[in-house]
Design a protein. Structure first.
Length: 378
């Protein structure tokens, strides 16, 4: 199966020019973001303060508890942008899980910038009393599954795949929420659970009676990582410096992905996207350090060959500052064609009025991707 590239490219240009000049932005902008108190929400507020100070722009940040609640205002045009995650970007593009419902479908999502901070990993942690050293060692062990949280479960599945395993190779233990799964690990009801390395629950597990261990991802194990990306192509290799059992060490070699991701839809005005991208880059020195993990928005941390295409307005700015390449353009063009293939398959499926929508759409989208020569995920 073909794997989408996730190479992070560094550029010579940096946001050293200070306060942005000649920004053509409306006096008020609206973003959706993760819920109040989340890292994504706090970063959006810090960026809003920089916009207000430098350009007199008032940024309204609307918190959303899930991917749909963050994406619906974007789709309806009630907000210009969304600071979301892989659910509201990649999974919305793919038309899967909640976005596979008949009232949704694959969305023409476009990226402006993403936070590729790299300070943390998003990983499956295991109880420290099991003697587990690799993800392959999870065979036969109890692994948490969060009911109603497909994005979390896909991530867990990706780590199992790295270890050469599937859900059939482990004992799946269902929980009603993320917090409950980690309480279950601490109290001995389950052996492994997914989280960001700096999650409060991970720190609780570290201090608990069983302890905590993060099995590593070996950068030289290209076959294992390819299996991981077949399930979740948005993952990139990363060495985390922050998190339970990691703080104060040389770091944990694992994997992570961009969060938050600043998105629009394809139809968003190109000039608006251009100026929003310019503001994000050129105001970076003003908001850098004003919220934990916010440094990942820097231009030299951007991944120009991710799994969701960039907006034409963002590309225009990147070209101006020398941060775009022919290779990035070719990759972007292919991603746009992927979205077009999914959209066509969606319309054809709707026109056929199937009796079993979920089965019909699942088959149609996979066939459309395979026929177009695109990687088939989900």
């Amino acid at each position: 199966m073909k794997v989408l590239k996730t190479t992070v490219v560094a550029f010579g240009f940096t946001a050293s020019m200070g306060v942005a000049q000649d920004l053509d932005l409306p006096r008020q902008l609206s973003w959706t973001a993760y819920d109040t108190g989340s890292a994504g929400y706090n970063q959006a507020v810090a960026i809003g303060a920089a916009l207000q100070d430098a350009a007199g722009v008032n940024l309204r940040v609307l918190p959303g508890k899930n991917d749909v609640s963050r994406t619906e205002p974007l789709r309806q045009g009630r907000v210009e942008f969304s600071a979301t995650g892989v659910g509201g970007s990649f999974m919305a593009q793919e038309g899967v899980f909640d976005f596979g419902a008949e009232n949704w479908g694959p969305q023409p999502i476009r990226v402006l910038l993403a936070n590729n901070g790299g300070a943390i990993n998003l990983a499956v942690g295991v109880a420290g009393d099991l003697g587990i050293e690799t993800y392959a060692d999870l065979k036969g062990k109890r692994v948490s599954y969060i009911v109603g949280a497909p994005a979390l479960n896909v991530n867990t599945e990706a780590y199992l795949a790295y270890g050469g395993l599937t859900w059939d190779d482990v004992e799946r233990v269902d929980f009603g929420g993320f917090g409950a799964s980690w309480t279950g690990l601490i109290e001995g009801q389950v052996d492994a659970a997914f989280a960001s390395t700096n999650s409060g629950k991970a720190y609780e597990a570290e201090a608990g009676p069983r302890g905590l261990f993060w099995p590593p991802i070996d950068p030289d194990d290209t076959e294992g990582f390819a299996r991981m990306q077949e399930i979740a192509p948005f993952f990139t290799l990363n060495k985390a410096k922050v998190g339970a059992t990691i703080d104060g060490t040389d770091g944990y070699q694992g994997a992570g992905y961009a969060y938050p991701v600043l998105t629009s839809i394809a139809a968003t005005d190109e000039a608006l996207v251009y100026n929003m991208t310019k503001a994000m880059v050129e105001l970076f020195p003003k908001y850098d350090g004003n919220s934990p993990g916010i440094g990942g928005w820097a231009l030299d941390k951007q991944n120009m060959e991710w799994v969701v295409p960039y907006h034409e307005g963002a590309i225009r700015y990147f070209e101006e500052v020398g941060a775009w390449s022919d290779t990035a353009q070719a990759h972007n063009d292919k991603l746009v064609k992927r979205q077009e293939a999914l959209a066509a398959a969606w319309e054809a499926t709707k026109a056929s009025n199937p009796s079993d929508w979920e089965a019909a759409w699942s088959e149609a989208r996979r066939k459309a991707l395979a026929d177009g020569g695109f990687s088939v995920v989900f």
